[in-house]
Design a protein. Structure first.
Length: 134
């Protein structure tokens, strides 16, 4: 992946994880340029298929493109930062990311966004005003 493409992804994301919205400047662990649809599933290395992801979200997402909805049991695709509006699928209750749709529920579950340790880190960042929830 060339450096100009990486810069474009960072610029478009405004330095925030495109899944959990965590700002890179407030978190000590590295952020990655993620293939939204993994290369092994035919996803290209193009600006339209790349998203900025924090280490936590990137590790949990892996090559997944879908998951099982914890409410219905159906297979549902994950949130796609290029096709979906974040606010349509998610909202904040304090530092907890809550799902508004099946896509949101599956994404929160697969990416383990509200894992206790990750939630505690977000709570600390919110308390320090380093993580604006908007």
């Amino acid at each position: 992946m060339n450096q100009e493409l990486v810069r474009q992804v960072w610029r478009r994301a405004a330095g925030r994880c495109e899944y959990c919205r965590l700002p890179a400047a407030a978190y000590p662990l590295p952020f990655h340029v993620d293939h939204i649809v993994a290369q092994q599933h035919g996803g290209p290395t193009s600006l339209e298929n790349l998203a900025l992801a924090c280490l936590h979200c990137n590790r949990h997402k892996g090559p997944n493109i879908a998951g099982r909805d914890p409410v219905t049991g159906e297979i549902v695709r994950l949130f796609h930062p290029r096709q979906d509006q974040w606010t349509e699928h998610f909202a904040w209750t304090g530092a907890e990311m809550v799902a508004r749709t099946a896509i949101g529920r599956v994404t929160v579950q697969v990416l383990a966004v509200n894992d206790p340790d990750f939630l505690a880190a977000r709570e600390a960042l919110v308390a320090e005003r380093a993580f604006p929830l908007h």
